[in-house]
Design a protein around this ligand. Structure first.
Ligand code: IMP
Length: 188
């Protein structure tokens, strides 16, 4: 059984914010021939699909999946590339599309990697940011220029974000508090 969970951020609010960010990006990169949007897998694919359709200029996409070796690790050198880029981003204007910035470790690792590959410019677009956690962990040394929503430190699902691999297809952001629902996912 897949019982509905109440929305923390509605589908309409998300659509509206992403459209605004798309307009801002379109204005900021006016005059450039194209933009490269790189999605951080797996969670970013839903946000990214909406974001690129809100950008009114030529866009190319690519994807990267990295895993930090445990969130307790201090060094961003301790990361594993699970899926590398298909194209070389050297000399490109790149925007990273990130689902959620929690401690910021994953994002900072991706930023370091992309910078080392000679991108021309680099910005970050994130659906959600947990500013308290980012500040507390002090891992992220780069601004998130295009931020859709800030949330507190709660664990959320939907719009690409998962709990044990599930709930990515929920079309809004929610907190799953129903113990029975969580149990179903735990046992699946
Ligand atoms: P960070 O490296 O601590 O910023 O973690 C980022 C990654 O942790 C995200 O890309 C998500 O995969 C996962 N994550 C962090 N917070 C949440 C959450 O509230 N819901 C689902 N996944 C989360």
């Amino acid at each position: 059984m897949y019982t509905p969970v109440p929305a923390l951020i509605t589908k309409e609010e998300i659509e509206e914010r992403i459209l605004k960010i798309g307009k801002q990006i379109t204005a900021d990169y006016a005059g450039q021939s194209y933009l490269r949007v790189i999605g951080a897998l797996r969670g970013s694919f839903v946000f990214m699909a909406d974001l690129i359709r809100a950008i009114e200029m030529p866009v190319k996409v690519d994807f990267m999946e990295i895993s930090s070796y445990g969130k307790a690790m201090v060094s961003s050198g301790n990361i594993k590339i699970l899926k590398d880029l298909t194209d070389d981003p050297h000399g490109e204007n790149v925007i990273i599309a990130e689902d959620i910035v929690d401690t910021g470790l994953t994002l900072q690792s991706m930023i370091d990697l992309l910078k080392s590959r000679g991108v021309l410019s680099l910005e970050v677009a994130a659906l959600l940011v947990k500013p308290n956690n980012v500040a507390q962990h002090n891992k992220l040394k780069y601004p998130v220029k295009y931020k859709a929503f800030e949330i507190s430190d709660e664990f959320v699902v939907g719009v690409g974000l998962d709990y044990k691999g599930f709930m990515r297809n929920l079309p809004y952001i929610a907190q799953v508090t129903d113990a029975n629902q969580l149990k179903l996912f735990d046992e699946a």
